[in-house]
Design a protein around this ligand. Structure first.
Ligand SMILES: Nc1nc2c(ncn2[C@@H]2O[C@H](COP(=O)(O)OP(=O)(O)OP(=O)(O)O)[C@@H](O)[C@H]2O)c(=O)[nH]1
Ligand SMILES: [Mg+2]
Length: 342
């Protein structure tokens, strides 16, 4: 899962990126794209790893992509958006703290400003493509009517200042995937609050449609630099019950409709990330295309059943291990042993 971090100047993107990835910046590389990979903490993986004592334990991973500072870049929209075009989702950071110059935050205005930049960037792409298709039609070249319709629908939204993600069907349309529209990406809006402030700011129009959360970026960045004991005291002091990192991971999974299944063994205990409603045969494909090709059965057990019975053998005795076919819809926390033949 890859998430791009965007936001206006000085909203706290780098601070948040560093808190999430526990990394430090090199001021000399201000213009460069940074990518940080983190393991997704999962108690279930920890417990499975204790049970199986494998040679390797592999957690699910999330990648955060931080484009270089906007003011250090060429001002072209391409330079700004290209690094996040291939991301699965965006994290839009909005300043909600008083900046160093003493300027009060205006999160509603800032959110809308950048959101409109996304809209504008896509509008340019749509218009170019529509012009092209029109020209093709004139020259007697075949034009895909579905693509044309969908692009027109995008155009209509964008012209009315609406991001493509406001129409989920359009945002997910396979014919449009190649355009990597930035306003079509699932977006988590992250308000970056001052240390002492936990409140979600009022932003008219966001309401139920958008996925929003509050973090305290600077506090989280300090936290990320502490050793565990220090961090515990600090967390208590500020009344933080779970870190921004954990909350953001949870929200990212929700936003993208993702979940995990596990494979276990003496060699490796591993978490795999898949979309909700994934069939067993496609879950197999995430591991290896050969397993999909030679799929016979998915030997499946719920994580909780393994914990309740205490071991694979006991779970089997209690008839908790099922043999599922290709179209079985994998559940969050399933432990799967794929039987295949290639
Ligand atoms: N009070 C407060 N200050 C913050 C917070 N987050 C970031 N800052 C400060 O705001 C300034 C900008 O933060 P950065 O993380 O560099 O912001 P940025 O979005 O990466 O900035 P550019 O890359 O220059 O656009 C820094 O001085 C941070 O210390 C916060 O949550 N609270
Ligand atoms: Mg920065």
């Amino acid at each position: 899962m890859q998430l791009g971090i965007i936001g206006l100047e000085r909203c706290g993107k780098t601070t948040l990126f560093e808190a999430l990835t526990q990394s430090e910046s090199d001021p000399a590389r201000k213009g460069e794209v940074r990518i940080g990979t983190i393991n997704v903490p999962d108690d279930r993986v920890d417990i499975l790893s204790k049970m199986y004592n494998p040679r390797k334990t592999i957690y699910a991973q999330i990648q955060y992509v931080l484009p270089g500072a906007r003011d250090a870049q060429a001002k072209s929209a391409d330079a700004i958006w290209n690094p996040v075009r291939t991301c699965d989702a965006l994290i839009h950071v909005v300043r909600n703290f008083e900046d160093m110059g003493g300027e009060a935050p205006d999160p509603a205005k800032d959110f809308s400003k950048l959101d409109q930049e996304l809209v504008f960037a896509d509008l340019i792409v749509v218009e170019k493509r529509l012009e092209r298709l029109e020209l093709d039609a004139k020259r007697g070249k075949k034009v895909d009517p579905e693509e044309l319709d969908q692009l027109k629908a995008c155009h209509e939204l964008l012209e009315n200042d609406k991001p493509i993600r406001t129409n989920p069907d359009l945002a997910a349309a396979p014919k449009l995937r190649g355009f990597t529209f930035v306003s079509a990406k699932p977006t988590l809006i992250v308000f970056n609050n001052d240390e002492g402030d936990e409140a979600m700011p009022e932003v008219p129009g966001l309401g139920e449609h958008e996925s929003c959360m509050v973090v305290r970026g600077k506090l989280e960045a300090e936290l990320a630099m502490m050793d565990p004991e220090e961090a515990e005291v600090f967390l208590e002091e500020y009344g933080v019950t779970s870190t921004a990192r954990d909350r953001m991971i949870r929200r990212s999974y929700e936003l993208l409709g993702k979940m995990s299944f596990f494979t276990v063994g003496e060699d490796e205990v591993r978490a795999w990330t898949i979309s909700r409603e994934t069939q067993a045969v496609d879950a197999a494909d995430v591991i290896h295309s050969d397993i999909k090709r030679g799929f016979i059965r998915a030997e499946t057990m719920a994580y909780q059943d393994l914990i309740d019975t205490g071991s694979y053998a006991e779970a089997k005795k209690a008839a908790k291990v099922r043999l599922e076919g290709k179209t079985y819809i994998v559940a969050d926390g399933d432990i799967i042993n794929f039987r295949f033949n290639v």
